[in-house]
Design a protein around this ligand. Structure first.
Ligand code: CTP
Length: 437
């Protein structure tokens, strides 16, 4: 009976025991459910704990959090609660419930139900199993274990995709992630839901969540191929087509992401999904990309990265493809861009000089700082004001072009600039920035 509990990762065992203790104190039983159970059986690491309580899950979460001395966040409208343990791990709690869909693609109405109801409202049999914490028994009313063994994705009832068409994305995601197959009857139901145009009926913000999850999968290209074959990408924008060129670009993106992960381990984590989205939307003009950003409610920073890729055109590409380009110009062009945009560009233009200039930027110029400070300028009698920025820009430009190498040389340059009168270039011109972002 305990064989599944024994498979639980060590870092979670203490926490799960404490959930069980709360259940004993409250004379109820807690169940592990959903993706956590699926991955436990598959032997895939998953730290996202989902617990269902037959009874008041919110009150349970509150009592559990009190026993740990931590806070609980209640999401009353969804009947769920999240507890963050001190270790940084989190547990989601909910009351077992049944769901009723008032119309296709809308959020369900929820009412109290048994554990059996709660498992029946779920997407696929492989996600509809539970493990009781009392004795570790597997609760599997719908044949999930068998389907896992046979590597099959199966809906629990014929209306599943109609109730919740986001399950179309989820079916593809699990199928490609685990190398499973959507079984024939479920595939037929999925296709019927597509024929009814239900993907377009999902609220775009829900579509966005699922699209991002797909692009965050380990191999998004596989997932994109499967979605293209089943549904196409009209749900993003009518007539959005994926050509062999797009796939070649997506593959190049994949290579650039590995290149970055291998060589720049200490840099901030990449939003790899943004780069894949740049690839997916490459054929579209900026105006259409703006429209997509608005429709799906993408965040400002996400939109900025998509558009700065689009606007980085013509002369900028030509300049970066020249071996004779000055470092200050490379810096001026690339410093305003995000890593995501830069990697998409590096994937797009298969020109060795262009690539090397970007590598130089990432290796040397990115984040380059000068040694002199405002205090140094004040020490030289320069009054604070916009001229500070102009002087710093000139010094940075000189440093990038190896005209100054240390603080002494920077100070000497500043003195020379002051003797000649203040720099006449604007800061933007001096740094080579051209407003590409
Ligand atoms: N679920 C569902 N229908 C959905 C979304 C979720 O039935 N549209 C159920 C499934 O039982 C799922 C659980 O809620 O297992 C948790 O959902 P989520 O955390 O989104 O997915 P996981 O299955 O944990 O998948 P992942 O590994 O991708 O996080």
């Amino acid at each position: 009976m305990k064989k599944y509990l024994e498979k639980i990762p060590e870092e979670l065992q203490g926490l799960i025991n404490k959930v069980h203790n709360t259940a004993v104190r409250k004379n109820t039983e807690a169940y592990l459910v959903g993706g956590f159970v699926r991955d436990l059986i598959l032997g895939v690491k998953n730290l996202d704990l989902d617990i269902v309580i037959e009874g008041d899950g919110l009150k349970f979460a509150q009592d559990f959090a009190d026993s740990l001395g931590v806070k609980v966040t209640l999401h009353r409208q969804f009947g769920t609660a999240t507890v963050f343990a001190r270790s940084g791990l989190k547990i989601d709690f909910s009351s077992s419930r049944r769901e009723h869909y008032p119309s296709p693609a809308h959020l369900p109405l929820v009412e109290e139900g048994s554990l059996r109801d709660d498992l029946f409202r779920r997407d696929f049999t492989l996600n509809a199993m539970a493990i009781g914490l009392k004795d570790g028994r597997l609760v599997d009313y719908y044949g999930g274990l068998d389907d896992l063994r046979h590597k099959v994705i199966r809906v629990l009832h014929p209306l599943s995709f109609i109730d919740d068409p986001t399950r179309i994305f989820r079916a593809v995601r699990f199928e490609q992630r685990y190398d499973f197959k959507i079984e024939p009857r479920s595939l037929q139901l999925l296709k019927e839901a597509l024929r009814l145009g239900l993907l377009e009926r999902i609220h775009p913000h829900r579509t966005r969540t699922d699209l991002i999850l797909i692009l965050k999968e380990k191999d998004p290209i596989k997932e994109i191929k499967r979605i293209e074959k089943l549904a196409g990408f009209d749900f993003i924008l009518p007539q959005l087509k994926i050509s062999p060129k797009t796939y070649a670009f997506l593959k190049a993106i994949k290579r650039e992401i590995s290149y970055f992960h291998k060589n720049y381990t200490e840099r901030r984590p990449l939003d790899t999904w943004v780069i894949y989205l740049i690839g997916l939307l490459d054929v579209l003009e900026a105006k259409k990309i703006k429209k997509i950003c608005a429709k799906f409610g993408l965040r400002k920073g996400e939109k900025k990265r998509l558009l700065s890729y689009k606007r980085f055109q013509g002369r900028f590409i030509a300049d970066l493809s020249r071996a004779s380009i000055k470092p200050a110009r490379i810096f001026g062009l690339l410093e305003p861009l995000s890593y995501e945009t830069i990697l998409a560009l590096r994937a797009k233009y298969n020109n060795p000089v262009f690539k090397r200039n970007i590598t130089d930027f990432l290796d040397i110029y990115n984040g380059m700082r000068i040694s002199v400070s405002g205090n140094d300028l004040a020490g030289l009698g320069v009054l604070p004001g916009p001229r500070y920025r102009k002087i710093f820009t000139q010094v940075l430009k000189a440093k990038l072009n190896s005209q100054v190498r240390n603080k002494e040389e920077e100070l000497a340059l500043i003195k020379q600039l002051l003797r000649k009168g203040l720099p006449t270039l604007t800061a933007r011109q001096a740094s080579g920035r051209q407003g590409v972002d």
